[in-house]
Structure formats: C-alpha cells, structure tokens
Design a binder for this molecule. Structure first.
Ligand code: NAD
Ligand code: FES
Length: 281
C-alpha cells in the first residue's frame, strides 16, 4: 500500500499529492510516469511524475478530477493509501541522458498547458540542478487555473504566464505567447518541449515547424498495462506505430499523428461517460 503523505488543492479540481513510494522515488527521472490504482477493482490511472524526493522517499503527482476514477481519487485524504503505485514507467526525458556539452548548446523553451505544467516542472528543475536555466511559458484558461507558478519561478530563468481570457499575465493561448516571444521580442530557441492537452501540443508543433524549432511533446493516451503488451496506448509517429508507455511518453512533435490520437481519446471519453452514467443509476 502507498500512503498519501501530503494533499493540496492547487486550483479548482486540480490536486497535488505526495505519495510514500521509496522504490519509485529512488529510481525515477523527469519525463517518466506511474500508474496508480486505488483499490482491487480500481481503474489504472497513468500520471506523469511531477516531483520526487529521493531522501524522503516520496513521489509527487498532480491530477485533474475529471472522470469517475479521478473524482474518487480526489476524495482520498492524507493517511489514505493507494493499492498500486507502479513505476517508474516510460523513458526518461532525453535531456537526462544528454552530455553536458550538448545541453549547453540548447536554448530551451518549455511550454506548459494547464495541468501539463505539473510534468514540465521536474524537467525545468532538473535543468537548473545541472546548471542550465531555461524559459517557460505557462498557459491556462484563466488566472484561477494557473498552477505551480511560484515553484517554476524558482527554477526557470524566465516564466511567461498567459491566460486565454487575459485575467492574468499575457492575453492569449500558449501559441500567441510563443509568437510574441519569438517574433516581437526576438527570443531565440532551438528546442521547444511542450506538455499539455493534445490539441495544444498539435498546434504548438504546427507553429514550431513554421519557426524551424525542434519540438518534443509528451503524450498521455489511455494506458492499461503500461508495459507495451496491451496496445492501448498506441499512436503513430513518423508513420510508425509506437507505444507511449514504452517508446515514450516523449516524441518528436513534428512527427506525431495528433488527429489519430485525439480520435482514440474520444473513444475513451465515451467509456468514461458510460461510467459516469452507470454511477448515477
Ligand atoms: P486546457 O484545456 O485548460 O488548456 C490549457 C492551455 O493550453 C490553454 O490555456 C491554452 O494556452 C493551451 N491550449 C489549449 N488548446 C489550445 C489550442 N488549440 N491552441 C493553442 N493552445 C491551446 O487544459 P487543461 O484542462 O488543464 O488540460 C487538460 C488536458 O491536459 C487533459 O486532456 C489531460 O489529459 C492533458 N494533460 C496532458 C499531460 C501530458 O503529459 N501530455 C499532462 C497533464 C494533463
Ligand atoms: Fe498497454 Fe502501452 S499501456 S501497450
């Protein structure tokens, strides 16, 4: 059993939890994820790791209470436990294995959309720990939904906050903000790492292709076993079938078939919708 040692509400419906999971904390890296199962019959929920403390033996997860399972998860309190906390799964961010001289050549812009800010944070923090400061755009629909801004400011060189409704920071979506940075402010980047809703990653990748900036995205499709056996998380990258759980979750954004991924996500939404209806019966 994996005990919850801290719980915070970051924004409406967005929760942060620190989980006592020493084995995962000891071996995980930025970019990897865990699969959480609340109880014997619970759904398997894949969540990208948001932070870890190897000494304390804890792993931080952030999730949005949207479907039946995540809403149940949000009801758990400190001292409650999850039945399974499997990980670390997936490949670490390619930055982790990069040689220092290669890292030094990179001028990175991280792009974090909504809840996707959580998996961006450990990568920005890791870069700072290696002695490199990067820029980061955090985008949300409104001010209330901006998460981890203060934490990000402690590890990034510049944090640009943008809201769709203009209630805080720059007004516009993350792409409007990227265009402003590159075209109006003359910022130069040679790598963009974008994590957020699939639609956001699709449009960021279209923009960065025009701008000629290499782009990495982190895909989080439906996952079942998380070990490459079931095929649930398959997606097409550069015309080839890939499994997000073992080949990813990070891929070249200019090669991902986002439309196919969104269609598969819709199928999942139908299943979630059915679960909600069943619960109401
Ligand atoms: P959201 O819909 O509120 O969008 C967040 C921001 O993304 C927006 O404010 C905007 O700046 C940008 N964005 C959205 N659509 C865009 C578009 N068409 N063009 C340009 N920019 C756009 O996000 P949310 O509700 O916080 O996110 C929920 C989704 O994020 C879920 O589907 C969840 O699965 C996904 N998510 C993905 C990851 C990952 O690892 N890829 C991690 C956490 C959450
Ligand atoms: Fe089963 Fe990836 S989750 S193959």
């Amino acid at each position: 059993m994996y005990k919850i040692v801290k719980k915070e509400i970051l924004a409406p419906n967005i929760y942060l939890m620190d989980i006592d999971a020493p084995r995962v904390a000891k071996s995980c890296y930025p970019g990897q994820f865990v699969i959480v199962k609340m109880d014997e019959k619970g759904e398997r929920i894949p969540l990208t790791i948001c932070d870890y403390d190897r000494e304390a033996g804890t792993v931080t997860i952030v999730f949005q209470a949207l479907g039946t399972s995540t809403k149940r998860m949000a009801e758990y309190e400190v001292s409650d436990s999850f039945r399974d906390f499997t990980g670390p799964l997936g490949c670490k961010s390619e930055l982790v294995d990069e040689a220092p001289e290669e890292l030094a050549k990179k001028n990175i812009l991280f792009v974090a959309g909504g809840v996707g800010t959580a998996p961006v944070y450990p990568q920005v923090k890791w870069m700072k720990e290696q002695g490199y400061e990067v820029d980061c755009v955090i985008g949300a629909r409104n001010q209330e939904l901006i998460i981890l801004e203060e934490e990000m400011k402690k590890v990034a060189k510049n944090v640009y906050v943008t809201t769709d409704d203009g209630s805080y920071g720059f007004k516009g979506n993350v792409n409007d903000c990227i265009k402003d940075l590159v075209k109006n402010q003359g910022k130069k980047y040679n790598l963009v790492i974008a994590i957020g809703p699939v639609i956001m990653m699709k449009f960021v990748s279209i923009l960065t292709k025009e701008l000629g900036i290499k782009t990495i995205v982190s895909m989080n499709p439906i996952m079942v076993d998380g070990t490459g056996m079931c095929g649930a998380c398959r997606l097409t990258v550069g015309g080839k079938v890939q499994f997000a759980c073992v080949d990813g979750p990070e891929f070249d954004g200019h090669l991902v078939d986002f439309d196919e991924s969104m269609k598969r996500q819709q199928m999942y939404k139908t299943a979630e919708g059915r679960a909600v209806l069943k619960e109401r019966e």
